[in-house]
Design a protein around this ligand. Structure first.
Ligand SMILES: NC(=O)c1ccc[n+]([C@@H]2O[C@H](COP(=O)([O-])OP(=O)(O)OC[C@H]3O[C@@H](n4cnc5c(N)ncnc54)[C@H](O)[C@@H]3O)[C@@H](O)[C@H]2O)c1
Length: 487
């Protein structure tokens, strides 16, 4: 079935349509482009040489031919002017992409826009003439959203509900497409600012936290405990954390400690939180610059993963999650899920992402259920983290990207006989941003940070997981001199 995108010129129909077609692995058709191909002329030339009525005639004819295309189809801004077009569009899934006219004014370029030949202010007039016609269709408000944020929001209008349970003795997880919609009638929601900006329609009076690591501090704990007292929260209530690992770590810790433990429910919305931070029951806050030094083991009542939410991530946060999931595949074995699908991963192909989430969640939970308190095999999950944490402290590069850098270094140094090493390094080199791969590092400084690692067992040695062959690791005590000599 076709999905039509309508809206004012400059609302993003073509750019967002292309991205959606990649995410859903569907064809993309731009109706204006089809008209230009058919007439072998730019739209502005069709208007000036043959007139608007001629253009509208061809536009309608082409529109009606789209009915059997299983595609995302972007249309020209004036498609809704003709009643027969509107009647046709109403038979199919048609979404009105709404962006306030002031925002459109900033974006739109008058080149090849025949209706704006006398200046951009004409847009106000066009909007006044057309707004009632657009409003006859399902409206998606894309105000202040980036392309991927807009695409994610639109997915909630065009994908089916789907729910699956990933069973595990330690902690079961619900994978639920459009899971965020559950939250409409819930209370005690704690959400990060960006998530609230994009998905705020689904949250009822949430408590909004700042974005990023800075929320995991003692000042915030003080404020949150007082807020819970004021709201008369008790042990029969649940606190619902919606956001990345910073939100699940912080609210997890608050939930674990307030009145000796209230229920917590996680809706992780970054890929990293879905495959890692929200699983396994670790909660933490930071003390000054010392990360995760105060924390508990405390299991959430429920973890609900909505795969659609990760589509809106910034590129850097998205890649961080891919790296954490790939790390798990080195421990478990199915690296081909990533390596064979690199192009789909780059395009955020939804089906591939759902496979990756399911796989990484299952492997992490299997490991955690065998060793919930981090005594032995759970340490395998530290792969890439010894060098990664040192790099993160030294450079302030975000955690997941630093782990990617650390993975490369640890594989190069310690996995000496690993058969598929080149193949694995090639994947990492293709997804980690170039500026990080090329960073100049002062080795002496980096090693100083490695000395501060929690895994240090003596002045000389550190225990780190080493991949010997894909799917097999060993915890090895590595002499720090050995690391120094590698540099
Ligand atoms: N408890 C554990 O076992 C564990 C494991 C790994 C990491 N962590 C912790 O997790 C934290 C890192 O988590 P993170 O990478 O999720 O960082 P984060 O929580 O800072 O999220 C990254 C950014 O993405 C934004 N964001 C979240 N969801 C979004 C969405 N759907 N669309 C658009 N933007 C969105 C956030 O607001 C934030 O700005 C660190 O504090 C780390 O210590 C904990």
């Amino acid at each position: 079935m076709p999905i039509f995108l309508i809206g004012m010129m400059g609302c993003g129909k073509t750019t967002i349509g292309k991205v959606l077609s990649e995410i859903l692995n569907k064809r993309f058709i731009d109706l204006d482009e089809e008209i230009e191909k058919k007439e072998n002329m730019k739209i502005s030339d069709i208007f000036s040489k043959k007139g608007e009525n001629y253009f509208r005639e061809i536009e309608s004819n082409l529109l009606f031919q789209m009915k059997d295309n299983d595609a995302i189809i972007s249309t020209g801004g004036g498609i809704i002017l003709k009643k027969i077009n509107r009647e046709f569009l109403k038979k199919y899934k048609t979404l009105f992409l709404y962006v306030p006219i002031e925002e459109i004014l900033e974006r739109v370029d008058i080149k090849n826009r025949p209706l704006l030949k006398n200046g951009k202010n004409k847009l106000f007039e066009i909007w006044e003439d057309r707004k009632d016609l657009y409003n006859q269709f399902e409206k998606v408000n894309l105000s202040n959203l980036s392309v991927y944020e807009s695409a994610a929001k639109i997915l909630y209008y065009i994908t089916e509900n789907n729910e699956e349970i990933i069973e595990n003795d330690f902690q079961s997880v619900i994978l639920k497409t459009k899971g965020l919609e559950n939250l409409k009638n819930e209370k005690n929601i704690f959400v990060s600012n960006s998530v609230n900006r994009i998905y705020g329609d689904y949250f009822n009076c949430p408590y909004v936290l700042d974005d990023g690591e800075k929320i995991k501090n003692f000042d915030n704990l003080d404020i949150l405990y007082r807020y819970l007292i004021e709201k008369e929260i008790n042990r029969s209530d649940s606190l619902i954390a919606v956001g990345g690992g910073t939100v699940t770590d912080l609210i997890g810790y608050v939930g674990a400690t307030f009145k000796r433990g209230v229920k917590i429910i996680f809706y992780p919305t970054t890929l990293l939180a879905q495959v890692d931070a929200a699983l396994g029951g670790k909660t933490a806050v930071n003390l000054d610059k010392i990360k995760n030094v105060i924390g508990t083991f405390y299991k959430p009542e429920k973890v609900i993963i909505d795969p659609l939410s990760i589509i809106s991530l910034k590129e850097e946060n998205y890649i961080e999650g891919i790296i954490e999931a790939f790390k798990v595949s080195l421990i478990d074995g199915n690296i081909n899920l990533f390596i064979d699908n690199i192009e789909k991963i780059k395009k955020r192909d939804l089906n591939t992402l759902i496979k990756i989430i399911k796989y990484a969640v299952k492997v992490k939970l299997d490991i955690v259920s065998k060793d919930p308190y981090d005594k032995n095999i759970r340490k395998a999950l530290n792969l890439g983290h010894t060098f990664g944490h040192a790099f993160e402290s030294y450079t302030n590069i975000p955690h997941g990207l630093s782990v990617g850098w650390g993975l490369i270094k640890e594989l190069e140094f310690f996995s000496t006989n690993l058969k598929d090493k080149e193949y694995i390094l090639d994947f990492l080199n293709k997804i980690i941003p170039r500026n990080i791969l090329n960073m100049e590092i002062n080795n002496e400084n980096l090693i100083k940070y490695i000395y501060q690692d929690k895994k240090i067992i003596s002045k000389e040695e550190i225990t780190i997981p080493v991949i010997e062959e894909v799917g097999k690791f060993k915890l090895k005590n590595i002499n720090l001199k050995h690391i120094k000599n590698k540099y």
